[in-house]
Design a protein around this ligand. Structure first.
Ligand code: PAF
Length: 285
């Protein structure tokens, strides 16, 4: 695996290829990331990963400074997964001056759910991904399904800017008990780790209750809000602090309307804090 720190060198190396497949990451890699790398290997003629902890997408009270940086271990994992090129720019390389031009995603998609609780998050994500795409010029890019809203926002960005990148989504990998793999799982104490699966279970419970009410022909916005509130209360009674547990239409992440036939594809999404760790997860149903 070639390790590259500058855009100039990256362009030189990738110039010999015509279809780079790219997996952007912030490092602290787990099997979920490596599955994305393996997926990328089936797509292009060279597989590129990046590691860059992007200051721009962290809020002032978030974990930018403490975000786990495990560069040596990440390199070994990427190499073993068959990654060909690792782009690991220093902050100075990607942001040599204050980033005053930014990508502003549409509020109806980016100021809801994660964007509501993490203002500016998707502007930070879109801006860095735009910059990384300019550097790598990938033909394919692979993002994880666990960050459901992120991959939707980025797909929309690519579409609206006519960027010549085929966007792919990789399935969420889960531990044996169902907890979605995440770099932030490393923050959990042993007791919290045992508890953490409850977020997945709450999503399953809400999806199940929603489906059952739909099948009985009883579902409307009021009933759905009640089901969401009940699931949040149950999780919070166990000591979680929940930002949202909600059922949305898959195609635009808005609440289902139930005005016509409700056979719209749905997804349940959740974000909740266990101790100091904020976890997110989702399930399509
Ligand atoms: O999902 C992530 O790890 C980050 O948001 C990304 C896409 C690498 C941008 O910094």
């Amino acid at each position: 695996m070639k390790l590259i720190h500058t855009i100039t060198e990256l362009r030189k190396v990738l110039g010999q290829h015509h279809s780079p497949a790219f997996v952007p990451t912030m490092g602290n890699l787990h099997d979920g990331h490596l599955a994305l790398v393996r997926q990328a290997k089936t797509l292009g003629d060279v597989t590129v990963a990046s590691i860059f902890v992007n200051r721009l997408q962290f809020g002032p009270n978030e974990d930018f400074d403490t975000y786990p940086r495990t560069f040596e271990a990440d390199c070994t994992k990427l190499e073993n997964a068959g990654c060909d090129v690792l782009f690991a720019p220093k902050e100075q390389e990607l942001y040599p001056e204050p980033q005053t031009f930014k990508v502003l995603p549409p509020p109806e998609l980016a100021d809801i759910l994660e964007g509501h609780f993490r203002p500016g998050f998707f502007t930070g994500v879109c801006t860095v991904v735009m910059k990384l795409f300019q550097a790598v010029q990938p033909a394919h890019a692979v993002f994880g399904m666990k960050d459901y809203q992120q991959q939707m926002v980025l797909r929309r960005m690519v579409q609206q800017f006519n960027m010549p990148v085929a966007m792919h989504t990789g399935a969420t990998l889960r531990a044996n008990d169902g907890l979605a793999l995440s770099s932030r799982n490393g923050y959990l104490s042993e007791t919290e780790r045992a508890e953490a699966v409850q977020l997945h279970q709450a999503l399953q419970g809400l999806a199940h209750a929603t489906k059952a009410a739909l099948q009985r022909g009883e579902l409307n916005s009021h009933i759905l809000q009640g089901l969401e509130a009940q699931s949040m209360a149950k999780l919070n009674e166990r000591g979680w602090q929940t930002d949202y547990l909600t059922v949305r239409r898959r195609h635009d992440l808005q609440a289902p309307k139930f005005s016509t036939e409700t056979d719209e594809a749905l997804v349940v999404l959740g974000a909740s804090r266990l101790g100091k760790t904020r976890l997110i997860d989702n399930l399509e149903f």
